[in-house]
Design a protein around this ligand. Structure first.
Ligand code: BV8
Length: 252
């Protein structure tokens, strides 16, 4: 049984507006490597070498292959209990906003509906000339950056370092952080900005801030409560405390 404070025991059933920020750690139990962990995909490369437009221009094949590699792995992955538990919490709370830095789409596949994808979604590509978004099966193409119908190059439709986050999505995330009573930061090292500022914005605006992680992070000294352990186990414990059932049924 997960141990958590009396404060959280009171707030969990009482809260009306809840917001969550997830990072790669929530997908680790689906077999997807994190970015900076021991098995991190960035152990071999620095982020700027892969997740930036400059990297894509400098070496489109390396960047394209990295995304193809991640897309192939994602095809074998499925949502884990942590993803399904968050979908159950969304059904329970009157207002529940799931903000994710992940581009793997696993929250949608677990049934979450109100998902703010700060950094885009690896399922899609977009044209660097006309901007058109496509999820046609270029995934299997080994060609370097398949061409758009307009002749432009296609790139993964994710937010790279040095690129602005989608404005509407980011504004919605800030609004959720500013108005919620309870904010969870789950499975994120809280390094990448502006996503990592959201938990602190929530706390500054009066929310009770809870961090769920295997280890300490950049914000651990600033949270109200730390639940140390795997996201799946802890989230199932919270859902169990609320007497909710978790439907582990994948949405298409
Ligand atoms: C921006 C999408 C305005 C791609 C990603 C210099 C120039 C330009 C910008 C900057 C600069 N210096 C700083 C910046 C800002 C920069 C930034 O933050 N850099 C960092 C490195 C300091 N940010 C940006 O550039 C952003 N844009 O600022 O625009 C601007 C514009 C121009 C000029 C200046 C400013 C854009 C950032 C988005 C980058 N894109 N991904 C892709 O995925 O391919 S970021 C990438 O990191 C992923 O999205 C990932 O989600 C995100 C954060 O990582 P985490 O999710 O936290 O993953 P990590 O591995 O780090 O941690 C995992 C955690 O889980 C760990 O704590 C671990 O303990 C825990 N865990 C593991 N297993 C479990 C678990 N917890 C629980 N249970 C488990 N089982």
């Amino acid at each position: 049984m997960i141990e958590f404070s009396d404060n959280l025991k009171r707030l969990l059933p009482e809260a009306r507006k809840v917001a969550v920020l997830t990072g790669a750690g929530i997908s680790a139990e689906s077999g997807l490597a994190t970015f900076r962990g021991a098995d991190g995909i960035w152990k071999k490369f620095r982020p700027e070498e892969l997740a930036s437009f400059e990297a894509f221009q400098r070496n489109p094949q390396l960047v394209w292959d990295w995304y193809q590699h991640r897309r192939q792995i994602l095809k074998q992955a499925r949502p884990n209990p942590g993803h399904f538990a968050l979908a159950a919490l969304e059904r329970f709370y009157p207002e529940f906003t799931l903000i994710t830095q992940n581009v793997d789409g696993l929250h949608h596949r677990a049934g979450s509906r109100n998902v703010l994808e700060l950094h885009g979604n690896i399922r899609y590509n977009k044209c660097i000339v006309c901007g058109r978004r496509t999820d046609r099966e270029e995934f299997n193409s080994n060609a370097v950056t398949p061409a758009c119908d307009c002749g432009g190059k296609l790139r993964p439709d994710v937010v790279w370092f040095g690129e602005f986050l989608p404005e509407k999505v980011l504004n919605a995330a800030y609004l959720a952080a500013q108005t919620c009573q309870l904010f969870f930061a789950i499975g994120t090292s809280a390094i990448v900005q502006p996503a990592a500022s959201l938990p602190l914005v929530a706390r500054q605006c009066g929310a009770y801030l809870v961090e769920i992680n295997l280890e300490g992070t950049e914000i651990s000294g600033m949270v109200d409560e730390t639940l140390t352990g795997s996201a799946g186990t802890i989230l199932l414990g919270l859902v169990e405390y609320l007497g909710l059932t978790v439907e582990s049924v994948e949405s298409k």
